[in-house]
Design a protein around this ligand. Structure first.
Ligand SMILES: [Zn+2]
Length: 374
């Protein structure tokens, strides 16, 4: 780097005096490049979404804590903004209900170690342990944690990175540090976040579990409004820790039905999606005929964000004729936000009401009466 001569400096000063806007722009560019710089190494590949200038994944660390986490969850839910919570194991153990609330509100949960240790102070085995005990605490709390983790302070070394990988976790850093733990009013924190957003992929770091978190949570509404106005879209984090959504695999689970009753079809996801997903369930004739024994269905079944399954009840017509069991097929098609299992169809058996009564139930007269047979 060369030291500019006096003449050059003067020329720049003149230029700046003449064009104050340029000064502001230059200064802003410097500040922003500093803000974004630590993230460059961690910055995920830009994940573009049609119609969005860029994607913003909000992340909240160090919770759950009583009060603040709940307020944040309600706020995000009311604004339909996805988010990921990197939680501390011992806080999960203390407040299991708060984690369930996070998840059932449609948000994803990641691992932020058991006691918020700087992982560089841990051995390989201790690093494995802090991640695994936190994961187990989440399962005990009734959550379905992702395999995403965030090292406290973003601090790792080669041994720790190996331990994270060997434990089956994906480390997630950030592109925007809100510095909410350090300083600023809600307005200033929001301005910092909005000022650092860039076209492409953005991961914002905030905290719901530090002393200043109520102030930080107070910035969220402005961040959401400001980012949307600037053309950004909000996402969760995908399996690789990039802004986006996980793509769960859907499995079809069926339960046989009795004539005059119903058969139940359940669409089950292998992981949470962080948003609503859907698939179309169709009925096809087998020995049972679609249109007479059961309805012709082509129904879009939605698995709401925060849930791992959804069910569809198929009414079965009773024809009053004693006959052997019949079957029909249900098939999945047109997945939205999910992937279909290799097995996309399943046979469902319809047992004759009268036959079912004779074989299965101890009190056939009751069933016979209900089924209207004989
Ligand atoms: Zn933290």
């Amino acid at each position: 780097m060369t030291v500019p001569g006096r003449r050059t400096v003067h020329a720049v000063r003149v230029l700046l005096r003449r064009t104050p806007l340029l000064l502001v722009t230059l200064a802003l560019a410097c500040v922003l490049s500093v803000l974004v710089a630590p993230a460059q190494a961690a910055a995920p590949a830009p994940a573009k979404k049609r119609g969005c200038k860029g994607q913003v994944a909000l992340t909240f660390d160090d919770g759950p804590v009583r009060g603040t986490t709940h307020r944040l969850v309600r706020l995000l839910r009311s604004k339909h903004v996805p988010a990921t919570f990197f939680v501390v194991g011992q806080r999960v153990e203390a407040l299991p209900g708060a984690v369930r609330e996070i998840e059932r509100s449609g948000f994803l949960v990641g691992n932020h170690t058991w006691a918020h240790q700087d992982m560089r102070t841990l051995s390989y085995d201790q690093a494995l342990r802090t991640l695994r005990t936190t994961h187990r605490a989440l399962l005990r709390a009734g959550a379905h944690p992702t395999r995403l983790m965030r090292p406290p302070y973003g601090a790792t070394n080669p041994t720790i990175r190996r331990a994270i990988r060997d434990a089956g976790f994906v480390p997630v850093l950030w592109t925007t540090d809100s510095l909410d733990w350090k300083s600023g009013t809600s307005e200033q924190i929001a301005a910092r976040i909005l000022g650092s957003l860039r076209p492409g992929a953005n991961i914002v770091l905030q905290h719901d579990g530090v002393n200043r978190s109520p102030i930080s949570v107070g910035a969220v509404a402005q961040v959401v409004q400001g980012a949307r106005r600037r053309g950004y879209c909000f996402t969760a984090l995908d399996e690789k820790g990039r802004p986006g959504f996980p793509t769960p695999t859907a499995t079809l689970v069926t339960r046989d039905g009795v004539e005059g009753g119903s058969a139940v079809v359940r669409v089950r996801l292998d992981r949470l999606a962080g948003r609503d997903t859907a698939v179309v369930v169709e009925t096809h004739s087998g020995t049972a005929t679609v249109g007479s024994d059961l309805p012709r269905l082509s129904t879009r079944v939605v698995v709401p964000a925060g849930r791992r399954s959804a069910k569809l009840r198929i009414p079965l017509t009773s024809d009053g004729v004693l006959e052997p069991a019949e079957t029909f097929t249900v098939r999945l098609r047109s997945p939205e936000g999910l992937r279909l299992d290799d097995v996309r169809s399943a046979a469902v058996t319809i047992t004759d009401a009268a036959a079912a009564g004779r074989v299965v139930l101890p009190g056939p007269p009751i069933l016979l009466k209900r089924g209207g047979v004989l």
